[in-house]
Design a protein around this ligand. Structure first.
Ligand code: ATP
Ligand code: MG
Length: 394
């Protein structure tokens, strides 16, 4: 079936008045972003709904367009539609019969017609029109049967400026359009969890920026490329991301030389958070995001998280916190980051991990260890900030 346009349905809860425009404008902006590689499209708002169609004379792949729209947060459903300027009844019957004929190969289905006459000049009322079209369909396809309560196919026919016909509702990702809820800094590693964490927060309408800490020569160029690729995969949902690459080698070495080895990870994580927060604040970020999950590793016990958190003044979002690894993996697979995440390039934490890291760090003890860095850390932090390489993921 060749559809003429898509009707975009979105959840309207809590978006009244001025917020509604912000929501819709952000949604349209994200739709344009998602569709930019598929072709040229017209997107317009009409009586509280959003429509998309190919620009004049533009050919595009329908499935590709649907796949792209399925990545736009805020969309509840995508309905492929037939649009027809001819509003004559006989013509309408023909179109409806042809529509069902082409869309549903096997006609052993129950159905219901729900017609709506918004154009009062159209001579047949909504109820009568539903009944009449239902009757015509039964005539054309005797295998069909009517079920008004739980039909397999709900055929909607709307008489407006034109005739609109649709029956399919392809689920969208839900959530809120990116850009309606501020900006946050994702600590993006090459692992499975942090890309998922970024996806989940972007889904709530938050624009993303990201920081990756690399430690050349202990971490390779390929490990960095992998993170850039992960950022690109997340950006398919979140829209543009500024990825900050910070050289963390010297800080890591200093910690390694001066601090107790069972505290390496926790001290390292505190500096990562401090640096990420600094960059976030300089760029309008209002929160931090990590892929931490309670109890997953020594640095993610409740005590470790408390000690890590202590350096931050911004809220820290940890959307994976209550999830099992498999649940995180399931999302990573769904959003297409898993295959990249499991590529075997070392990340900067794995090289410096102690055999027996503290699992219940004491903040005072950790702070005391950090004092051993007092005469070098200021300079090292400054150098780390200066190393910032921004990769604009578009
Ligand atoms: P992930 O799968 O996201 O790497 P993980 O289970 O390996 O997580 P950790 O290595 O303890 O867990 O890291 C916890 C979180 O800290 C990560 O989810 C990420 O948000 C952040 N993080 C860790 N390493 C880095 C890094 N090199 N650069 C940026 N952020 C990092
Ligand atoms: Mg990791």
């Amino acid at each position: 079936m060749k559809y003429h346009c898509f009707l975009i349905k979105y959840a309207e809860i809590g978006i009244k008045g001025k917020n509604r425009y912000l929501f819709e404008d952000a949604l349209v902006r994200q739709m344009k972003f998602a569709l930019q590689d598929v072709g040229e499209f017209m997107i317009w708002k009409e009586s509280g709904r959003i429509f998309v169609k190919g620009a004049e004379g533009e050919e595009f792949d329908q499935d590709e367009a649907i796949e792209a729209l399925k990545r736009v947060f805020g969309i509840a459903a995508i309905c492929p539609m037939i649009m027809d300027e001819n509003k004559e009844y006989d013509h309408l019957v023909k179109t409806v019969v042809q529509y069902i004929g082409e869309c549903y190969e096997d006609k052993h289905l129950t159905f219901k017609v729900e017609a709506r006459r918004a154009d009062k000049k159209f001579p047949i009322r909504s109820m009568e029109l539903s009944a009449a079209l239902g009757h015509e369909l039964l005539q054309a396809y005797p295998e069909l049967s009517v079920d008004v309560h739980h039909p397999d196919v709900m055929l909607r026919v709307e008489i407006r400026d034109q005739v609109y016909i649709y029956s399919e509702e392809i689920p969208g990702p839900g959530g809120m359009p990116v850009g309606t809820n501020g900006k946050a800094m994702l600590l993006l590693s090459g692992g499975i969890d942090s890309p998922v964490a970024g996806y989940m927060i972007a889904k709530r309408g938050v624009r993303l920026q990201a920081t990756y800490f690399h430690a050349p020569p202990y971490t390779s160029e390929r490990a960095k490329e992998k993170v850039v690729e992960l950022a690109r995969l997340v950006a398919r949902y979140s829209g543009p991301i500024d990825l900050h690459i910070i050289n963390f080698t010297d800080i890591q070495m200093a910690i390694y030389e001066k601090c107790p080895h069972d505290e390496l990870t926790i001290i390292m994580r505190r500096y990562m958070m401090e640096i990420a927060e600094h960059i976030a604040k300089e760029n309008g970020g209002l929160a931090l995001i990590t892929g931490e999950s309670l109890g997953q590793v020594a640095s993610q016990t409740i005590q470790s998280l408390a000690v890590t958190n202590e350096v931050c003044t911004l809220p820290v979002f940890r959307p994976c916190i209550g999830m099992d690894k498999q649940e995180i993996v399931d999302i990573a697979e769904k959003i297409g980051t898993f295959e990249t995440s499991i590529l075997p390039y070392e990340d900067c934490c794995t090289i410096f991990v102690a055999k027996h890291p503290v699992t219940k760090p004491n903040l005072n003890v950790i702070k005391k260890s950090e004092r051993k860095l007092d005469d070098v850390i200021e300079g090292l932090l400054k150098e780390a900030y200066e190393s910032d390489e921004v990769i604009k993921i578009r």
